[in-house]
Write a protein that binds this ligand. Structure first.
Ligand code: ADP
Ligand code: MG
Length: 263
């Protein structure tokens, strides 16, 4: 049995009277890519924040490598999981390479104290995310898609067994969407456990082992693509009639919006 890298047990998050995440149970194993999809405001980013330990649950528990998250130091967390947030934090003045090098700080004495291996990792992950040529550029001058890939390289440079990625492909062109999802698969192939929030159902269908559908804070289902993305379930979760067909080039579902009654 492949060990569980990340477990959520009856996880809830409330703010005032609102329940943003409602009783979620989820287990992610080493080598597995789990996609999270759902309409805007379904609670995907909040769930990711709870899994990361950036938010404290109102109820339930998160376990990372079998041990509860609660009470672990920031440094211990940073060695265990890396997080790509949905919104880019402005990093004034830093070059792209310096931003990526920040990913090494949990392993050493901070950015100023990087060793030869740290520099090798930074360079290798920048190549992997296709941002090597941006190394000397000031971070705030990068386009949205370039900044997203630099942030991804920073996350990769952290070299953690668990990766939590919030819409890593949202700002990317078609080639870079595929590049990032291929990279995610490659990392899982090396043993990482990945949870990735995706906007695009077909990107999730093509690249994820299981797809979790969220609606109103609840994880409605979490299953392999063909099982998760049925017409009935997608229709219910997104409140939109769809057609589910087979991808012409891979044995994965392809979901498109159904024309309205007047169309
Ligand atoms: P998703 O990522 O699925 O679009 P989020 O997890 O970001 O959804 O948000 C879920 C819901 O909770 C949204 O309606 C959002 O406005 C609300 N929300 C998120 N964070 C807070 C907060 N700190 N205070 C109040 N409401 C919040
Ligand atoms: Mg979100």
């Amino acid at each position: 049995m492949i060990p569980a890298a990340l477990e959520a047990v009856d996880l809830s998050h409330r703010i005032g009277v609102r329940t943003l995440v409602d009783g979620v149970d989820l287990t992610v194993r080493c080598g597995e890519v789990v996609g999270l999809v759902g309409p805007n405001g379904a609670g995907k980013s909040t769930l990711l924040g709870l899994l990361a330990g950036d938010l404290s649950p109102s109820a339930g528990e998160v376990r990372l490598g079998g041990a509860p998250l609660r009470g672990r130091s920031a440094r211990s967390l940073a060695r265990a999981r890396a997080v790509l947030p949905q919104r880019t934090v402005l990093r004034f003045g830093f070059t792209a390479r310096e931003v990526v090098a920040m990913g090494r700080s949990p392993h050493g004495r901070g950015v100023a104290g990087l060793g030869a291996r740290d520099h090798d990792v930074v360079d290798a992950q920048m190549r992997r995310a296709d941002v090597a040529e941006l190394a000397g550029r000031r971070f705030p001058t990068l386009s949205g898609g370039e900044a997203a890939r630099v942030n991804l390289a920073r996350v990769l440079a952290q070299e953690t067994p668990v990766l939590l990625l919030d819409e890593p492909t949202a700002a990317l062109d078609l080639r870079h969407q595929e590049l990032v999802m291929d990279l995610v698969r490659e990392l899982a192939g090396e043993g990482a456990a990945v949870v990735v929030v995706l906007h695009d159902l077909n990107l999730a269908a093509a690249h994820c082992d299981r797809i979790g559908l969220m609606r109103e804070g609840r994880l409605v289902a979490c299953a392999p693509p063909w099982e998760a993305l049925t017409r009935a379930r997608v229709g219910e979760v997104f409140d939109q009639d769809v057609v589910v067909t087979r991808h012409p080039a891979r044995d994965r579902p392809l979901v498109v919006a159904a024309p309205g009654v007047s169309g």
